[in-house]
Design a protein around this ligand. Sequence first.
Ligand SMILES: [Zn+2]
Ligand SMILES: [Zn+2]
Length: 54
Amino acid sequence: MEVRCVTCNADLSTVKDSLIFKCPECGEETINRCGKCRKSAKLWKCKNCGFEGP
Ligand SMILES: [Zn+2]
Ligand SMILES: [Zn+2]
């Protein structure tokens, strides 16, 4: 199964230091972030509750 970055849509398996975590606000949506977006501190948005985090 492909897991894609919520910000740039990159395939997480191809990017180093990628991270998958639950939304800290609602705890329900899974947030996938690739290493590139983590490094550049791009914002992500939770599809479930609309929370935005760096
Ligand atoms: Zn990304
Ligand atoms: Zn959320």
